[in-house]
Ligand binder design. Structure first.
Ligand SMILES: C[S@@+](CC[C@H](N)C(=O)[O-])C[C@H]1O[C@@H](n2cnc3c(N)ncnc32)[C@H](O)[C@@H]1O
Length: 317
């Protein structure tokens, strides 16, 4: 009886997932595994703040409290904790020893790979998870301009930076598409406002959960995303690199946005290297055909990464 009930629940969740993501069934690999992953609790990823402490120290401190901690193969500073419910409440969080951050979100700053002496622009930066990660990768050296037009979200970013002991970031509050072209950057990150489908998941009761889009998130997303990516490209110094990221599966917010850049500017796509399963960018969606270089983009699905869905493109002039 129990397993029959369980079977029925699984079937019903599968059909809800299939209904929500029906348009993407054609391109999400192993769709049944994708739906199963959206109802399976994922471990928390803690990004150790290497400006304050070492990954081994945090690992040791958490294990002494009975938490099951494993290292992520992506990077030393990323720890996966399996039996944690409120990562923000531990003493180590209050001390700024780590920042809870989705594993795939942390991959983005690793793909940006900023160097200590560089000038970096984070065009859509709040609440600062990637800004603060990049700051620690730069050993608090060089300069990051963290821009976001949302006042309240920028306040959260400033709080996070202070809490984590970061001192190489200045903030600005432009609409990214109007960011002044006076200064050119070695690296630009456009972590664009998006529909956030990558955060969708189902709880044990079968209720769909997703992070609500912030107030002020534009409704005409693809248009704004294209403007932001074009401005991001125009902000590059010669030889600079630009990363475009979203936490959504929608090709209209991903490949179509990158396609616009390839058509409007002398941009090219470059391969991404990190040790994780991923799927390549799409070459076609409905009636749209995309540039063959789109295969260098990464689609990160929850059943491949054990984290939230993301899209990443690595671009060079
Ligand atoms: C996906 S969130 C960024 C998350 C952030 N990078 C992090 O890792 O914490 C997208 C951000 O874009 C901002 N945004 C919305 N419209 C924008 C615009 N026109 N220019 C720049 N940023 C914008 C939103 O306020 C939001 O904070």
């Amino acid at each position: 009886m129990g397993s029959l009930m369980l079977g029925t629940e699984v079937m019903s969740l599968m059909s809800t997932c299939a209904a929500v993501f029906a348009p993407y069934m054609a391109f999400i690999p192993d769709f049944a595994a994708f739906c199963a992953a959206l109802q399976t609790p994922q471990p928390y990823c803690l990004r150790v703040n290497t400006l304050r402490t070492r990954p081994e120290t945090v690992r040791e401190l958490l294990m002494r409290q009975g938490y099951s901690v494993t290292a992520s193969p992506i990077a030393d500073e990323l720890l996966l904790v399996h039996n944690l419910t409120h990562p923000g409440r531990l003493r180590e969080a209050l001390l700024g020893y780590y920042h809870p951050q989705a594993l795939t979100s942390a991959m983005v700053s690793r793909i940006v790979a900023p160097q200590p002496d560089e000038l970096v622009c984070d065009l859509c930066a709040a609440p600062g998870s990637k800004t603060s990660h990049m700051a620690q990768l730069m050993h608090n050296q060089g300069v990051i301009v963290a821009n976001d037009p949302a006042h309240a979200r920028l306040a959260m970013l400033e709080y996070n930076l202070k809490h984590l002991g970061i001192s190489n970031v200045v903030t600005s509050r432009y609409r990214g598409q109007n960011f002044p072209l006076r200064c050119k950057f070695a690296r630009v990150l456009v972590d664009a406002p998006c529909s956030g489908e990558g955060n969708y998941h189902w709880d044990k009761q079968g209720r769909m959960q997703h992070v609500r889009r912030g107030i002020g998130t534009p409704t005409d997303l693809p248009r704004v995303q294209k403007q932001l990516l074009l401005r991001g490209f125009d902000l590059l110094a010669p030889g600079g690199s630009l990363i475009y990221a979203t936490c959504t599966y929608n090709p209209a917010e991903n490949e179509a946005v990158v396609q616009e850049l390839l058509e409007q500017r002398p941009a090219t796509l470059q391969p991404i290297t990190l040790p994780t399963l991923h799927s390549p960018g799409l070459l076609q969606w409905k009636e749209d055909i995309y540039d063959a270089r789109m295969q260098h983009c990464w689609r990160l699905y929850p059943h491949q990464t054990g984290s939230v869905g993301f899209f990443v493109a690595s671009i060079r002039a």
